[in-house]
Design a protein around this ligand. Structure first.
Ligand code: PRX
Length: 645
């Protein structure tokens, strides 16, 4: 544990935060002892209901079932827009900052309502009904949020697919959840480069005959191929629609969205989130974790294609009536000061990003930061992967000038909202620790045998009771939900993460304990990359592991065994990388490919990944027992051939 780094106590200007240390302790205790009372009160305080619930929570982890606010009815888009109009019609809901530093706009709550209603009416005109699935494959433009909220308004279920995914990945996701409508753009723009979204969509849709409508936002005006029976320009179909669309009153447990995420086996899973519990926990955590105050400008740099974008660009902030900034570009374009220039331009008070971005900016030195003002900043946050204390300290001292607390928020696509995080007015910060569980989140550490560890120690991170924004099912495959999350340890939700707890009760997340990689905060199954590699006809076998990478957190290390008679070459290496990009997307490019004539296997033929991981990590002194291998000499050969990263 990182005791060499000093603890940062709650700063004086956070003594009047929404939650102080004493309030945290008593509210936390109540939330665990009386979840019905606790969440029932917050549900009344944070959300507007069309019809009250008859029961707060009922769940059964052995069946992977959870039901929150049974009998209650509400609409998410009404909660994020309409109910704010009496006092906030002219307040900015979204600030959009384009890739080009000269491009930005403000969208008020009143304008947001008009945009969302028009699109909702357009979707209805195309036959979309409550419960139908709509795929959203978009760049970071306001229409991405309109699309999510328009679906929510009419009870349709959105499935946002990250704009960096390949046509193949898009196709799989459209088919898995049987989406019949796709919303996309002609092109995206990121870091001065164009992303061919419509070209990708066309390729994907070739294999999706049930998609009857493809709605295309004109972002760059590029010349794109057109299918007259299926494709509609967004401005043409949406522009003329009415700005009134009555929000559909939805059951608290009605599906709100599906979001695909990677696991240790098979294809990505469609994580399903529902209406009431999800919106409640994203709103509550938004307000308390970020200590959001009236009128502040909040910026989360995530892409809406990930859960962070769902919960903390769109739903959480808008449910709280906040001003949320959406950024189309990348932190390094046109230069390394971009984030801080945007902070100064829009007076950003709260800034939330991923450790990988902090490390990339840190590696460029202090000047791009110190040449900007950043006087508006009050709070900083991180999410997505463990943050090394060195990066934390730099973020704290240089970016935040030692006056902004950092909230290191641990959570997952499946948890929907923050689970373990400091609260800035309540928690003394330890660099690298996500610190304490959020209200209502009952976490524990289990040892190898599944026994709960008391006091300080390290083990598997699990959750002992349902929380409002938990995953409800894996779309179309509830058994997979049970097998993945509720079978390893009976009666617990298994996170897939390892963690330790220190003597003060602080949690330190150490990372995944399964075959899931976290590359620049992007989650990826090793099996997905392996499946892409073995598609090549020259490849006999592939094994993929992670290794520590200075900027990305983890890099992708692929061991590739070729078919008999095939020789490695630079061309082949390029073809293999191209295959990963084609099958998954640029984020899945292997950093290192090692040609492996043989892989270390047990006598029964199982690949010993533990050993491959050690070699990739260059931890050659701790390979462990290799005597059970069918041929131990394989290991020496791999070590001798190890490429220099
Ligand atoms: O390993 C943990 C890591 O990211 C995983 C979840 O990835 P995803 O579903 O894509 O969601 C990312 C954004 C919520 C977790 O299992 N992770 C997330 N936040 C942290 C983290 N690891 C350490 N510290 C964090 N703050």
């Amino acid at each position: 544990m990182h005791h060499e780094f000093p603890v940062h106590p709650v700063p004086a200007n956070f003594r009047d935060a929404h939650i102080n240390a004493e309030q945290y302790r008593s509210m936390y205790q109540r939330s665990i002892e009386d979840p019905d009372g606790f969440w029932g009160e917050l549900a009344g305080e944070f959300l507007s209901w069309d019809q009250p619930w008859t029961r707060v929570v009922d769940y059964d982890f052995t069946k992977g079932e959870a039901n929150w606010f049974d009998g209650g009815k509400l609409n998410v888009s009404y909660n994020c827009i309409d109910r704010h109009l009496p006092e906030r019609a002219d307040q900015t809901a979204l600030i959009w900052e384009g890739d080009d530093p000269g491009d930005s706009m403000h969208i008020t709550y009143a304008e947001l309502k008009d945009h969302v209603c028009r699109l909702a009416n357009a979707l209805k005109a195309r036959g979309v009904k409550s419960g139908d699935r709509v795929c959203i494959y978009m760049p970071m433009i306001p229409e991405a949020s309109y699309a999510m909220l328009a679906c929510a308004r009419i009870g349709a279920v959105h499935s946002v697919v990250f704009g960096g995914f390949s046509p193949e990945a898009l196709k799989d996701r459209i088919l898995d959840s049987d989406c019949q409508v796709l919303i996309t753009a002609d092109e995206g723009v990121r870091g001065g480069k164009k992303v061919p979204l419509k070209v990708n969509a066309d390729k994907a849709l070739d294999a999706c005959p049930d998609v009857h409508t493809c709605l295309v936002v004109r972002r760059t005006g590029a010349d794109v191929a057109w299918n007259g029976e299926r494709d509609y320009w967004y401005d043409e179909l949406v522009g003329g629609q009415s700005t009134d669309c009555a929000p559909e009153s939805m059951d608290a447990e009605a599906p709100l969205f599906i979001l695909y995420t990677s696991g240790s086996t098979g294809k990505p899973k469609g994580v399903l989130h529902t209406t009431g519990g999800y919106l409640l926990q994203s709103a509550v955590t938004f307000k308390y974790t970020f200590d959001y105050r009236e009128g502040e400008v909040y910026w989360c740099t995530a892409d809406v294609g990930w859960i962070t974008g769902h919960s903390y660009i769109v739903y959480g902030p808008l449910a709280c009536g906040a001003t949320s900034l959406m950024f189309e570009g990348v932190p390094t374009y046109p230069n390394y000061s971009r984030c801080w220039d945007v902070v100064d331009k829009h007076g950003v008070n709260i800034f939330y990003t991923a450790p990988t971005a902090i490390r990339a900016l840190h590696s460029e030195g202090d000047e791009p930061v110190t040449s900007t003002s950043r006087a508006s900043l009050r709070l900083l946050g991180t999410v997505g992967e463990p943050i090394n204390p060195e990066a934390w300290e730099w973020y704290y001292k240089v970016v935040g000038e030692s006056r902004c607390p950092i909230v290191d928020t641990w959570w997952q696509t499946e948890t929907g909202a923050h689970m373990i995080t400091p609260l800035p007015g309540a928690t003394d910060l330890k660099p690298g620790s996500a610190s304490f569980p959020m209200f209502g989140v009952d976490v524990a550490l289990l040892d190898e045998s599944g026994k709960e560890i008391e006091g300080p120690g390290a083990g598997y991170l699990v959750v002992k009771a349902s929380w409002p924004s938990q995953i409800r099912t894996v779309y179309g495959d509830h058994q997979r939900m049970i097998d993945t999350y509720f079978s390893n340890y009976k009666g617990y939700y298994f996170t897939g993460d390892g963690a330790s707890r220190d003597a003060d009760g602080y949690y330190w997340i150490t990372g995944r304990v399964d075959d899931v990689l976290n590359v620049s905060g992007h989650r990826m199954g090793t099996a997905e990359v392996e499946s892409a590699l073995v598609l090549h006809e020259d490849v006999a076998e592939a094994a993929v592991v992670g290794y520590p990478h200075d900027i990305k957190g983890q890099g992708i290390y692929a061991y590739v065994t070729l078919m008999h008679g095939h020789a490695p070459s630079d061309d082949l290496r390029k073809e293999l990388i191209a295959l990963c990009v084609e099958e998954i997307g640029p984020i899945a490019k292997p950093d290192i490919i090692q040609w492996a004539p043989d892989l270390p296997k047990t006598r029964s033929g199982k690949i010993m990944r533990r050993i491959l991981r050690k070699i990739a990590e260059n931890e050659l002194g701790s390979l462990g027992d290799t005597s059970t291998l069918a041929d131990p000499s394989v290991v020496d050969k791999l070590i001798a051939d190890r490429p220099q990263p």
